[in-house]
Design a protein around this ligand. Sequence first.
Ligand code: AMP
Length: 144
Amino acid sequence: MLVHQILKSKGDDAVISVTPATKVADAARILAERRIGGLVVSEDGTTADGIVSERDIVRSLAVRGDGCLTETVAQMMTRNPVCCTRQDTADAVLARMTEGRFRHMPVVEDGKLVGIVTIGDVVKAQLMELAMEKDALEGMIMGR
Ligand code: AMP
């Protein structure tokens, strides 16, 4: 299973991004409205300059209080996020997410942002693949 197959199965491959100048309160609103856990931060909408996740916002709220909501995402984002390409395998992406303890990975090709995969997307795709393999094996055994 490759990342491009995961992106295809998601259907909507639009990446929701914000600029570094976006206020943290606005980023939190977008996360809530879109029901997502992370946003790619991009100066021009084509590069993955950073990533800001709900965890970054929750941690800042706990450590610094609600004053952080009026700051910009540039102040709390993780710069130079780990990215993958469409040709990476789901296994490799899952291993990098597990090692790095993060759940989002921008998909970049020739320096340009082409999608985003989450740990949920990868696990869902792997479960579907396993179910198909199981059906095929059962079919072979039962002579279907
Ligand atoms: P997450 O589990 O994705 O909500 O993120 C947990 C932490 O890892 C947060 O501090 C994020 O900013 C950071 N993070 C998320 N995705 C990535 C990534 N692809 N590369 C590096 N850091 C990341």
